[in-house]
Design a protein around this ligand. Structure first.
Ligand code: GLU
Length: 284
């Protein structure tokens, strides 16, 4: 990586950091090289985030030997940036309010067609509310991106993947975005934003040059690259790392507290030993 590389680790403080997080943080710091390694607290879901978990994130990362710049960006302080991003997309006529529940979506998708497509956010939205104008948006509505209209706004797009699993240049598959990813939610009713919107705006605000994260988020990347183009933001390169597996080869669950870094620390494991173990179990 060039010396000016800027990378980030972006955990959500919804529980203890586990081995998978430790590996993600290590990869981000390593990819920064002589550049900048930033931390971002992804706490938009205030119903699940707790200050004690945020405090433990700092503690665990320090114990692992990582250092980052302060102040740390926290998503809970970025509401106005998210609203500005939504306003920009709404001005382009690309958003619409949606009051469908998950059950509504399932019902709309059941028969006649079988095997409804499954995008990165779950079942592909069938478009029930697509014709609703933004002037109707109320407190019980989420805001969705009209994917067809969004694609008509941009030309061919691509991103560069530097990670071990899908290395190379990836042209965005417009059919997949329209038919599988579909009209993704950009503002959830309960939080006024979404993972996709926040991550795109925050990476740009932090001048991230390479996004490092787990391979489970590879499929979300085309959505992010499209949003960057719509919001006239630069597209960073990406590095999706392999996911840590347990001794039987099973992917570690995000919320497997038995694998919490704090447990290893309490058991007296040295941080160097944990780092070495992670490097070994991450083999592609
Ligand atoms: N906050 C996300 C997580 O904890 C990471 C998102 C990202 O790196 O883009 O899985």
């Amino acid at each position: 990586m060039p010396p000016e590389a800027v990378t980030r680790f972006a955990p959500s403080p919804t529980g203890p950091l586990h081995l998978g997080h430790a590996y993600a943080a290590m990869v981000a710091a390593e990819r920064a090289g002589a550049g900048r390694f930033l931390l971002r607290i992804e706490d938009i879901d205030q119903s699940r985030c707790r200050p004690q978990w945020e405090a433990q994130i700092y503690h665990d990362l320090e114990w692992l030997g990582l250092r980052w710049e302060v102040p740390v960006m926290r998503q809970s302080a970025r509401g106005s940036a998210y609203r500005a991003g939504l306003d920009q997309l709404a001005a382009l006529g690309l958003l619409y309010p949606c009051c469908c529940t998950r059950a509504d979506i399932r019902a709309a998708l059941s028969a006649p067609q079988e095997g409804a497509p499954l995008g990165p956010d779950g079942l592909t939205y069938p478009g029930t509310c697509r014709m609703r104008p933004m002037s109707e948006a109320g407190p019980n509505d989420a805001l969705r991106l009209n994917m067809g209209a969004a694609l008509a706004h941009v030309g061919a797009l691509e991103f560069i993947e530097n990670g071990p699993i899908h290395p190379g240049r990836h042209a965005l598959d417009r059919d997949w975005l329209r038919d599988v990813a579909g009209d993704v939610v950009l503002a959830r009713r309960d939080m006024g934003t979404s993972y996709h919107l926040s991550v795109v705006l925050d990476d740009a605000a932090q001048d991230i040059t390479e996004v490092t994260r787990g391979a489970d988020l590879f499929d979300a990347t085309p959505i992010h690259v499209l949003l960057q183009a719509l919001l006239q933001l630069p597209t960073p390169s990406y590095y999706h790392h392999t996911l840590i597996r347990d001794d039987t080869g099973k992917r570690l669950a995000k919320r497997d507290d038995a694998r919490a870094i704090a447990r290893y620390r309490e058991e007296g494991l040295r941080p160097e030993a944990l780092r070495q173990r992670l490097t070994l179990s991450a083999g592609t």
